[in-house]
Design a protein around this ligand. Sequence first.
Ligand code: SF4
Ligand code: SF4
Length: 275
Amino acid sequence: MDNSRRKFLKLAGVSAIAGIAAPAAFNSLLKGEAFASGGGSGHGEDKAPTGKRYGFVVDVQKFAADKDLAQRCINACHTTHNVPDFGKDNKKDEIKWIWTETFGHAFPDHSQYKKNTQLVDLPIMTFCNHCDNPPCVRACPTKATFKNADGMVLMDFHRCIGCRFCMAACPYGARSFNWRNPAVKNEDGSYKYIRRPNLDFPTRMRGVVEKCNMCAERLAEGKQPACVDACRPTDGIIFGDLNDPNSEVSKVLREKFTIQRKPALGTKPSIFYII
Ligand code: SF4
Ligand code: SF4
């Protein structure tokens, strides 16, 4: 048993001995009373930002103009990260890093009453918001989910014990649980559920949670995230440092009106949408 699992079980044991009911312990984790997340500067803060704070701008109209664009983004991300495809008949096991929602589902706090009919069928690209104030990080008892210095909310698959507290804490449904082994192989050695395996990226195992990692491995090589590249030559998704006033994302945010998903929750999403 690794150290993280041992610590979590110890916490569970202490809670039981102390007579703390499971829901109370869970709420305590969500509030960050048991495991506080790291602090950090960033968008939405009163003080001047320091360091990097990566984020995205999604131009919904670009996806309206090119009906295949959303699927190209999904294919690029899921191929890059060995996201398995269990088929349409196994939706309950689906693993998704980037996907589309209707406007009403993506932005439920905007009035849906007699809304612009053009918006109804628009595919809204959604993925982990890499929130500046991420409840998933506070909820994770093993620190398998953590925020790094550049504002990315990342996963250490080896530390994940599959408790799914992070899934319950994320208000955007941005996390998937591996109910089955995504790396199962056929007799000939090929992957059963991964059509074009990327040997430079790890596969996962049953019982862990996963989500968009902001293409941290590509950024480390000086590349853009795979979804951003898949949008070229349009600027359907723009990526960059929100704390750099000269970055493309900062310029777009200054020039265009944008909205975020569920801003009232205070998670401070790092994805902005031009509607
Ligand atoms: S979108 Fe969900 S998973 Fe991503 S950082 Fe925010 S709370 Fe965490
Ligand atoms: S399931 Fe989520 S909360 Fe639980 S250990 Fe894994 S990442 Fe952390």
